[in-house]
Structure formats: C-alpha cells, structure tokens
Write a protein that binds this ligand. Sequence first.
Ligand code: G3P
Ligand code: MG
Length: 339
Amino acid sequence: MGKLSMKLCNFPLSKFREIFIINKMNIKPCNRLRNKALRVFFLMGAGLALFGQNIPKSLSMEKLIMQSYRPLVVAHRGFRSIAPENTLLAAQKGFDAGADMWELDVAASSDGVLVVLHDNTLSRTTDAKTRFPSRSPWTVYDFTLAELKSLDAGSWYAQTDPFMQIAVGRVKTSELASFKDIKIPTLREALELTKRLGWRVNIEIKDATGFACDAWIVERTAELIKELDMVPSVLISSFNHDYLKRMKKAIPEIAVAALIDKPLSDPIQILRDIGAVALNPNEKYLDGATVKALRSAGFGVLPWTVNDASRMKTLLNWGATGLITDFPDKALELVNKSF
Ligand code: G3P
Ligand code: MG
C-alpha cells in the first residue's frame, strides 16, 4: 500500500468529520453499511484535500479557525524571514509555501490611504531617513501616499539580514537584487493580491491613537473589505479592542481576534465582550490551562510569534488552533506530520 493510502486509512473518522464540518450529523454506530459508505466518502474527500490545498477554500474564517481538521499556519507579515516583511513579495512567498493565510499590519498615510506597514516609523524598513532627512522621526502617518510609494521598502532586508537567512544561504545573493525598491503596498493592493490567489488574510489594525486616522482607520478598512467582497476571507485583529468593537459594528459577521501582549486573568470575558472568535496572544504569556479553557469555551487561540519548532509542538499539544510564525514552512512541516 502506498504511503498516502496508508496515511488516509489511518486517518481517524473524527478528523474527516472536522474537515467536512459534519460534526452535527447523527452517525448511528449500528448502521455499519452507512458508516462504511461514509468512510469511503470521507476517504475520497480527504484524498482530494491532501492532494490539493488541504482546507476547502469556501470555508468562512470563523469556521476555518474553529473547525479546521488541523491547526492553521499564518505567515507573519508574509513569509518575512525570507522576504521583506509586509510586502506583496512576502505574501506571495507565504502562499507558495502553503500557509493558510498571511498576517499584515495596517496604518494610514497623511492623505487618508490605508497602507501596510508594521512600525509607527519608516526608519527600520525603508530608506526614508536618507530620502527625507529633515522629517525625523519619520512617522508613517505624516507621509502622503506618493511619498510612501517613493520609498525603497526592500533593500533594508539585504543590509540587515534580519533572520540570518542570507547568511545560511537560503536567500540567495542573486535574489537580493529583486528586493531593491520594492514598494510599501496599500491595503487595497494587499487585499487584491489575496483575493486573486483565493487566499485569506489576518488584517491587524495598528493602534493609531493620537493620529488623525484614529477616527476612521477601522471604518475605512471595513469599507474596503466589503467593496472587495472579502468578508469571509478576512480575520481582523488589533491590540486596540475598541477597534474590534467598531469593526463588529461596521460588519457584524466579520471574524475578529483580540491581540494580547500580557498575561490575562480572564481572556474569555474579554472575547465575549468583543464578540471575538479567537484570542491572538503573545506566545510567551500562554499556558496549557488557558488554551484548554479558551477551547472549551468555544474560542480559537492563535499565538504569535512562534518560530521555534519545539515551542510550536508544545503550543499545538496544548490545543492552539493555529500558529502565527515567521517560518510558515517549519510550522507546516510540523502540522502536516502530526495531523
Ligand atoms: O498579529 C500578530 C502579531 O503581528 C502582533 O504583533 O507587533 O508583530 O504586529 P506585531
Ligand atoms: Mg502584526
């Protein structure tokens, strides 16, 4: 028997139920014939799923998080260990690696356009310091879209080798030339790429408290998602939980996750207040009991940023529903081996 057929035969029925979201179906143990037929049906379906992209593309984000047959792998700021973070290239590399979705960070230009950037300032990931020497501290919110689009958001990667992937030879010197002058994407461009790929995205809305866009960053993000008809493909997260409440007001059916960067005594109550589907905690503050309690209460858990294989294993053993990682390839290898 081939390796794949062995894998399919050893696959427990409960997993097939999860893949096809049939856990509410009443499968009576006494009806052996029907069980057999169902097993064949599930085996065929699982075979297709294993040959293809594993998880049906039609699943809404909420179902994906809660009912996927295996934990999700989220490419943090795209596949940022091997390409400049939060760029379309990093997204494409995450998709090519087989990640279930990518995570990106949203800020806004001074003239009101949503853009994809992690830091409040442009100094780490662009050449803003040399291009606009008098604009210290190079706050992204103070630059127009035209100014942002004039920056080189790729060359810094070659200069700093942030994950030592050039040093170890994984990112080839020949490839580095193509990173030069990569542009900061707008959120529209990032979503259009995601849609074109038939993929999914976790949009993290940066806390813009104190900046003019604080008044509209959530609502404009919601408008764009609706305009592009992408509600089921999007997970919204933010450290600013008021933003999540505003998002639920703008689009009640959208999936949101609360980002947390500290130990919490009662995360479940926070999630209920927001109407969130998941907690996205800093992995270092997570423990097995909290994961168990969240899962029993019906919530997903997507810790970040998990790059170490043994930590990935621990979090998966605790029942994390996904991993947000700079190394989606490593996480995929693990989940595909274990589930
Ligand atoms: O969304 C997960 C993670 O990205 C949150 O932290 O600072 O990397 O945006 P940060
Ligand atoms: Mg983020």
